[in-house]
Design a protein around this ligand. Structure first.
Ligand SMILES: Cc1ncc(COP(=O)(O)O)c(C=O)c1O
Length: 373
């Protein structure tokens, strides 16, 4: 076992900016004020104050203020994904998504017996020519996309592709499920509006999260949908409501700290992203068959490995050095062992990044086939 850990695994924000003390104070204030409300079930749509925070985020980021009645607080973005699958698809249907996708999404869709149709991606996210081809042959239940700072590739769909995606969905009469879990973690001024903000009401379900701007332990997310999609998803939200205590604490904290906290989180992970990109450049530039994405936001760099590299060996070597990362296979719609890996840069300490990458480079060299004499 290695005595040091270089954990590029978890897709979490920087634990160093988690506001433990402030949340404790917020908890004391809200329990004193609203405690008796916990004696009954929460509002099915969620606490109005937290829905207002979700509306504020959407308005600031995407230029349109959604009505509060279209917003529903969920048990993480994950519940939005589950509700979308339940409401929009029948078992056995297909669903279109990026070829490399968040493992949680893959698990949810597979659990509902959905057939996953992965659309090839390039540096600008989902390829629209490939999507158009698939839609000529298949009739999926919906199109799922993480258009901004995608997990795992870190790519962002440019405006033109967003328009094309919307046009294709319209032409084939398909709803879009837009997962914007990373939307606030932007390192450049947000150039792209959510597809939801460009669409007509009822065309898109927008999924947001509080996991990446606060912490996944609170299990808070939301979906945004206009009629009739709103009612279709709500028909499946039969869980008794999302934790009122979590909602109250988050709403109380964000009432005065939303953008300050988002900025602090952005700043710290941007810094880590820069350190990671510099380290990758220093260690891997010129290695044939290797390249990586340079994300403008989110928490991930997606690395293409040389095809000839022994990926099992790399994993063993990396583990022996205490280096953790996610394999390409974990994100492949069809579970294929693809020559990629994902480095997450939110969780790891900034000081550990250069050493971790240097050790990873050693492992990569060792896992390469011996040159033919
Ligand atoms: C694309 C994507 N969607 C949804 C989720 C789940 O988020 P939450 O913690 O809000 O359920 C994640 C978590 O990593 C994710 O990467």
């Amino acid at each position: 076992m290695a005595d040091r850990e270089f954990n590029f695994g978890p897709g979490n924000p920087d634990p160093g900016v988690f506001p433990t003390h402030e949340l404790g104070q917020a908890a004391q204030r809200v329990i004193a004020r609203l405690g008796p409300e916990l004696a009954h079930y929460p509002d099915q749509l969620g606490l109005p104050e937290l829905r207002a925070v979700a509306a504020e985020r959407f308005a600031r980021n995407h230029g349109v203020r959604p009505p509060l009645e279209d917003i529903v607080i969920t048990n993480g973005a994950m519940q939005g994904l589950i509700l979308s699958a339940q409401a929009l698809a029948q078992r056995g249907d297909s669903v279109v998504m990026e070829e490399f996708e968040y493992g949680g999404t893959i698990r949810v869709f597979k659990q509902y017996d959905l057939r996953l149709l992965g659309v090839p991606v390039d540096d600008d996210g989902m390829r629209m020519d490939a999507l158009a081809d698939i839609l000529e042959r298949e009739k999926p239940a919906f199109i799922y996309t993480t258009a901004s700072y995608q997990n795992p590739t870190g790519t962002t769909l440019p405006l033109e592709r967003r328009q094309q995606l919307l046009a294709l969905a319209r032409a084939h009469k398909l709803p879009i499920v837009e997962d914007d879990t990373y939307g606030d973690i932007s390192f450049v001024p947000l150039g792209q509006r959510a597809i939801y903000a460009m669409a007509e009401p009822g065309e898109v379900v927008y999924i947001g999260s509080f996991s990446k701007i606060l912490g996944p332990g609170l299990r808070l997310g939301f979906f945004l949908a206009a009629p009739p999609l709103h009612a279709q998803l709500m028909a499946w939200k039969i869980d008794g409501g999302t934790s009122a205590l979590s909602q109250m604490i988050a709403a109380e904290y964000f009432r005065d700290n939303l953008w300050e906290h988002v900025e602090e989180g952005r700043g710290s992970v941007k810094d880590k992203r820069n350190i990671l990109l510099d380290a990758l450049e220093a260690e891997f530039s010129g290695v044939e068959g290797m390249h990586w994405t340079r994300p403008d936001g989110g928490l991930f760099v997606w690395i293409k490995l040389p095809d000839t590299l022994d990926r099992t060996r790399l994993r063993e070597l990396a583990t022996a050095h205490g280096i953790m990362y996610a394999t390409g296979q974990a994100f492949h719609a069809l579970d294929q062992d693809v020559p990629y890996l994902r480095l997450a840069f939110g969780w790891i300490e900034r000081e550990d990044i250069p050493t971790g990458v240097r050790l990873l480079a050693q492992c990569v060299r060792e896992a390469m086939p011996a040159p033919v004499a």
